[in-house]
Design a protein around this ligand. Structure first.
Ligand SMILES: [Zn+2]
Length: 488
């Protein structure tokens, strides 16, 4: 069983005096240097083919500079490892899409690249990826994955840790204890630059923190702002609620007009398209005027504010709808790997919406698993909007507008998003949701099922349909003659 426990962070106010806070803040520049130092060591290992980063070797530890204590170096190493692990996870998702989009004659090569990517072994030098399970790949696949990973790294470099302003300190350098004094609920004893002279920081709890489930971990995140403010964040670890075993499975399609459509036929949360169009105009006017003044977008407070407003809007809507849905008798939600583009809006707004949506929906779904015990299953999104949920015929002409779906084979008509939601639900049964399939492979799979079911060649149907033939109703006997196929 996987560990489904979760960590939540809470910032706690402190009443510590300026002297103590300054002593803690003074650690930051050295901590940053330490992060950069350890990152250099760990990245070298990654690029030499190591995939799991652990503690430093004793030889490496001995050569560390003395501006931090050994225990501080250990804590720094954990922070670096966490950052690099997050990079690896993001790279794995990103590279999966890259591999899917590659054009190859050789499908075996693609499969090998997937295998390498799944193990994050992009820089591996040994063809045996997993000796225990006998997983091997070719030299060519190894070379190619290194090229892909380097290219990815060029576009998505490792974070610059010299600018990180948060120190993730574990209990050996920031011991957390419960206070019995009235003016503090917790104490954090932080190691500073002065050996054997830690400072004790009093922290105050509050209702939301105290009521939150879970136990306080012996760990503290300390952030120092550029103006010298010091913030302390504690972590609670909680066990999630039991997974629901009763209730329905529901497929969800994310669109922007209707935030969600369910396989049960509901449309939830209509996005006011007009509101979005107004924000879009505002956004683009602002961008143009900033560019004219030679101001970079990311330096503009107004641009940031507008960005935030759109993001918050998406977050609130998504949260509200998913909470409502979770209140129903649902055991499982089936979702596609998310894509948030919408016609009629600028690339700029689509990008913001898509980032906001992806992050929010991802976080919200994760919290539903944890707090409500709902299983979330992800499936491949390819062709879900083009396939008929009734007969399985795939044709882009099936979707006649943003909202209308009308199957050119069986004649089924329904809301396009609800049709997609039903396909998403259907895809959760079997083959792991076709998750690692390329778009072409998904189509081949669906065509195969269609052929098996109707004994009609779907590619032939599509050719006719794209040549402008009238809808190919199955109920119409004419269909067989026109396709030159005998009826089942
Ligand atoms: Zn159909």
């Amino acid at each position: 069983m996987t560990d489904r426990s979760t960590m939540r962070t809470y910032r706690l106010p402190t009443t510590a005096n300026r002297g103590k806070l300054d002593a803690v803040a003074a650690v930051l520049p050295w901590w940053q240097r330490g992060l950069v130092h350890v990152q250099y060591i760990q990245v070298r290992k990654l690029k030499a083919g190591q995939t799991e980063l652990g503690w430093l070797q004793s030889g490496e530890k001995k050569s560390l500079p003395s501006y931090l204590s050994q225990r501080q170096w250990n804590s720094v190493t954990s922070q670096v490892n966490a950052v690099l692990a997050a990079w690896q996870t993001a790279a794995k998702v990103g590279l999966r899409a890259v591999i899917r989009a590659l054009r190859f004659e050789d499908e075996e090569l693609r499969r090998q690249l997937y295998r390498i990517n799944a193990r994050k072994a992009w820089w591996a030098v040994d063809c045996v990826l997993d000796a225990r399970h006998g997983v091997m790949v070719s030299e060519e696949a190894l070379r190619m994955s290194t090229v892909l990973a380097n290219e990815w790294l060029r576009k998505h470099p490792f974070p610059n840790l010299s600018e990180v302003r948060t120190m993730a300190m574990d209990g050996t350098v920031a011991r957390v204890s419960v206070s019995d004094k009235p003016h503090a609920d917790y104490w954090v004893k932080v190691s500073t630059l002065e050996k054997r002279n830690p400072v004790s920081i009093p922290l105050r709890g509050y209702d939301y923190f105290n009521d939150a489930p879970g136990e306080v971990r012996n760990f503290c995140q300390i952030s120092v702002s550029t103006t010298g403010d010091v913030c302390f964040t504690l972590v609670k670890k909680s066990q999630p609620t039991q997974l629901r075993i009763e209730g329905e499975s529901v497929g969800l399609d994310w669109g922007l007009r209707n935030i969600f459509a369910t396989s049960g036929g509901k449309l939830l949360g209509q996005t006011p398209y007009r509101w979005l169009c107004e924000r879009d105009t505002e956004l683009n006017d602002l961008a143009v005027s900033l560019q004219r003044q030679g101001i970079r977008l990311r330096d503009s407070k107004r641009y940031a504010r507008l960005n935030r407003r759109i993001r918050e809007y998406v977050r609130n809507e998504v949260g509200r709808i998913l909470n409502r849905l979770a209140g129903e008798d649902i055991r499982e939600m089936v979702v596609e790997e998310l894509d948030f583009r919408m016609g009629g809006l600028s690339r700029r707004l689509n990008r913001i919406m898509s980032r906001a949506g992806r992050a929010t929906v991802g976080a919200k779904l994760a919290s539903l698993v944890e707090t409500r015990g709902i299983t979330v299953t992800k499936v491949n999104s390819a062709h879900t909007s083009r396939c008929c949920s009734g007969c399985g015929y795939v044709d882009k002409k099936n979707r006649i507008s943003q909202e209308r779906f009308s199957c050119r084979f069986c004649g089924k008509k329904l809301h396009a998003d609800i049709n997609a939601a039903r396909n998403i639900l259907g895809r959760s049964q079997g083959q792991g949701g076709l998750c690692d399939f390329s778009k072409e492979q998904v189509l081949a799979e669906m065509d195969w099922s269609f052929r098996a079911r109707w004994r009609i060649e779907p590619t032939l149907l599509r050719e006719r349909s794209h040549a402008g033939a009238v809808p190919l109703r199955r109920s119409n006997n004419d269909v067989n003659r026109r396709c030159g196929v005998t009826a089942p």
